[in-house]
Design a binder for this molecule. Structure first.
Ligand code: ADP
Length: 260
């Protein structure tokens, strides 16, 4: 025996169908919007170093080349703009591969203490130029094994340590700590004693191309993509990065990794 109104059932089914389609349309619209904004951001970011390099080179062609001092200065500036362009393109490729999930992770047993020491060594001249000192603090002895993609986790640590130097004060201290958090996890922190990040910017620094001080970041050769890349890589490690910052005291980034 059939009960109820057959039209009501049909009506409900149509309603559910329309709601589902509407959701799909909304998602497509959002993706399209994201794509459009991304393209606009990228073109803008690419234009800046290209225009700068063009400007220097054309000024040289127009006669500045005859003055040895000006020539050397402009050539160096043009080279710097092109280096910035190169860094930007590399970061863009990495970010787009991470965002589309194209970049396969290769998980391995890696010694994060060794990685940190190597980065400190690599960044020594950058740190020296700013009289920054590096320190690794850990109660753990010997290698500190974690399960991670070695190349990608090196990139995460490099970006964070480099930022700590770039945005820290001259004569500042950068401290990396490695400590156990429970049985399964290792807590990594990267801390500086720089000027800190104003609270209103904190939630946005992981967005692509977001910079607190645009000129400072550009001056330091920043692409504005470093922290977006960090976030994606850690995401692929099922980890989340958090930041604590106090004005005039410093900034601390922290995340967990699986111990191995
Ligand atoms: P950038 O290429 O500009 O360095 P990032 O994505 O690495 O881009 O960082 C985004 C912004 O966050 C930087 O432009 C800077 O303003 C801010 N920032 C990052 N790390 C620090 C830090 N340790 N101290 C202060 N500000 C920082």
């Amino acid at each position: 025996l059939k009960t109820g109104n057959p039209f009501k059932k049909l009506n409900d089914e149509i309603f559910v169908y329309v709601a589902r389609k509407q959701k799909e349309i909304d998602e497509l619209k959002k993706m399209e919007q994201f794509r459009r904004e991304f393209l606009a951001d990228v073109s803008h970011e690419l234009k800046t170093p290209i225009f700068a390099a063009q400007g220097f080179i054309h000024t040289l062609i127009d006669g500045a080349v005859d003055d040895e001092y000006v020539r050397d200065k402009f050539l160096a500036k043009a080279a710097r703009s092109l280096d910035g362009l190169d860094a930007l393109v590399q970061d863009l490729v990495a970010l787009s591969q991470l965002e589309t999930g194209e970049l396969r992770m290769h998980f391995d047993r890696v010694d994060i203490r060794h990685i940190t020491d190597e980065i400190f060594e690599q960044l020594e001249s950058v740190a020296q130029a700013r009289k920054t000192t590096f320190r690794l603090k850990t109660p753990l002895t010997g290698p500190v094994w974690v399960r991670a993609d070695k190349q990608r986790i090196t990139q995460v640590m490099t970006n964070l340590i480099q930022n700590a130097v770039k945005y820290g004060n001259d004569g500042g201290k950068v401290v990396v700590t490695l400590e156990d958090e429970g049985k399964k996890h290792l807590l990594v922190t990267v801390k500086d004693d720089g000027p800190g990040i104003p609270p209103e910017h904190l939630s946005r620094i992981f967005e692509r191309f977001y910079r607190v001080e645009k000129s400072r970041s550009k001056e330091q050769g920043g692409t504005g993509l470093g922290l977006a890349i960090v976030k994606h890589i850690l995401n692929a490690h099922k980890s989340k990065i958090t930041v604590l910052s106090r004005l005039d005291k410093g900034t601390e980034f922290r995340f967990k990794l699986d111990k191995e």
